[in-house]
Ligand binder design. Sequence first.
Ligand code: TNX
Length: 642
Amino acid sequence: MPWPEKLTPAEGVLAIDNNFTIALEGYTEPRLERAALRTITRLQRQTGMLAIAPRLGKDPGAATLVIWTKGASAPVQKYNEDESYTLTVTPQKARLEAANPLGALRGFETFLELVTSGAQGFAAPCVTIEDHPRFPWRGLSLDVSRHWIPPGLVRRTIDGMAAVKMNVLHWHLSDDQGFRVESKVFPKLQEAGSEGNYYTQAQVKEIIEYARDRGIRIVPEFDIPGHTSAILAAFPELGSGPGPYTIQRGWGVFDPTLDPSKEEVYSFLDRFIGEMAGLFPDAYFHIGGDEVNGKEWKASARIQAFMKEHNLKDLAAFHQYFNQRVQKIVDKYGKIMEGWDEILAPDLPRNIVIHSWRGPKSLAQAAQLGYSGILSAGWYLDLMQPTSQHYLVDPISGDAAKLKPEEQARILGGEAAMWEEYATAENLDLKLWPRMAAIAERLWSPASVKDVDDLYRRLAVIGNHLVTLGLTHQTAPVRMAERLAPDAPVAPLLTLISAVEPVKGYARNRGGRYTSLTPLNRTVDFTPPESDASRELLNAVERSDWPAARAILTRWKGNDAVLQPILASHSLLQELQPISTNLEKTAALGLEAIDMIEAKRAPAAGWADAANSFLTEAIRPQAELLLMPVRGVQALVKRAAQ
Ligand code: TNX
C-alpha cells in the first residue's frame, strides 16, 4: 500500500540474505546515500538478519539492489515534483530507477514492502512496477496544540507517512489550547501560550531536515483570527474583546479572536509571519481561518464602527478584509497562503490554496473560481469512523467530478486530519495507523483501486509492516491495558477490546466533561477505531459462512467469567462490567442462532423478540464504547427467525 500505478508480476523471487547490498549509480547525493543505508537498517529489522552489512556496495554488478537516478531534486521540495520510479525485481537482482532522489525514496519504500517471509524464506517476489502518484499533495494535518506531541513522535509519524508515500506534514502549531513553536521575536508567545510544551527553533529545523530526508514537506499552520486564545494569553491587546485571555482547557469553538480593525495586529503579524517564513522553507503557509464565531466582533462598538466606515457589510466581509491583509503579508515573505474553506472569496489572488474541511463542495467552488484546493472533509481520523468510509472518499467526486479537466487539475489532493482533543502522545499511533495507509492509497493510486475487502486484507499486512518502523499502534493498546490491571493477565481484557469500538463522531464532546487535563487513560482511549473481528463476523453472516461466524463468536464466549473479577477489582475498569456481560450474552445468542440455522430448526415462540430487544439495548454506548458484534448477531437472529 499504496497500490502502484502499474504492476506486472513475474515468476520467482529474489532471496534476501546476509550478502544483501545496495549500490548507487548515476546522480547521487548524501540524502540518497542516507536513504540507502536506512533501507539496509530497515531490512535488518524486517528480517532479523542483523549481519547484513550497514554500508553501500561499490560494485553495481554485484549488488542485490541497484539504484539509478538521473538528477537532483529541488533544494526545497516542491508540491508537484516528479515522484515517479520504476522497480524491477528478478531472481538475480533488483533495480530501482527514478528521475531524482525523491522518486528513489518512494521506490525504496515499495522494495521494503515487497520483502516478506514466505515459502522460500525472506525474499521479494519478482515483479516490474511503474509507479507515480495520482495527486501531488498527500498529507496529514497534525494538531499538536490540544495535546502535546513531542518531537520524537513527530519524527515517528513522518516515518510512517513516508512508508505510505505521503508527502506533506501540515503542522497545526497553534490553537486555543496551546502555541507550540518558539518565537525569538515574540518569546511571550511560547512563555504564556504553551505551558512549556513547545518546539524550539532548533527542534523545528531538525524535524524539517528529517522530513526532507524522507521526501516530506512541512507546511506550518498558525490559525488566525479565531482559535487564538493562546496567542491572546500572551498579547491580550491584539484581541477583539476586553479580555483577560487565558489558554483554553475545554474543547469547541471559543470567542477570543484577533481584532482585524487594529493596525497593531498587522504589525504583529508582519513580524511574526516574517520570522516563521524564515524558519519554515516550504512555499506554502497555512493561516487557518476556520470557525470564527464573531461574538467578540458583534459585541464591540469600535469594531462595528470600523466596519461601517470601511463599508464591510457583515462579519464575513470583515473576516475577508482581514484575510486580504494577511495574504499581502504572507506574499511579502515569499509564501503562498493556504487556509480552511471559510477564507474562500473571489477577491483573493488565485494562487492561494483552499483547504476543504466542511465538505467537498468548497473544493469544486474554489476550482471553478480558479483556486487550488485540497480535501480533508471525510478524512477526520479523530472521529473514529471505519477505514472503509475514509477509503471511499475521493477528492474528484460529487461536484468536483463534473468540473472541466483544467478545473479538476486544481484539486491538488488532500490531507488526513488528526485533531488531538482525545489523542495524546500515548495513543496517537493507534488512531493513525494503519488506517492512514487507506487515505494515502486514495491519494496515490489510480481511482479504480477501491475494493474494500482487498483494502482490509492489505491493511492488516501494512499494519505489521509499519511496526518495524517503531510505530506503536499494535503495542500501545496492550501496554495501556496492562497498566489498568498490572496484576492480572491482560488477555481477557484484550478479548473484550477486540469486540468494541470507541463512540463515533463528536459523541465524546457532549456534556463538555473533558478538558485538556482529563486523563485519557481509560479503555476507550486505547481501543482501536475498528473491531476487525466484528466486521469479519458480519461478513461471514452475509456469506452464510456459519463455521467462520461460529469461530469468531466462540472466541468471545466464556470471556466474561474470567474478566469480571479483574474488572471488579480495578476502579478504571469497573465501567466495563455491563459491556462484558453484554458481549457474553451477544455471543451466546449468535451461537444459538447458528445452531438453529444449521439444524434448520425454528426458534421457540418469543425467542427472536427477546433477542432483538436485548440487542437493541446492547448496542447503546457504555463506557463510551460500542459493542460491535451486535450487528452481526442481529443479522443472525433475523436469519434464524426466517
Ligand atoms: C473542527 S477542522 C476544527 C478543529 C477541531 C475539529 C475536531 C477545523 C478547521 N476546525 O478545530 O479540532 O473540528 O474534529
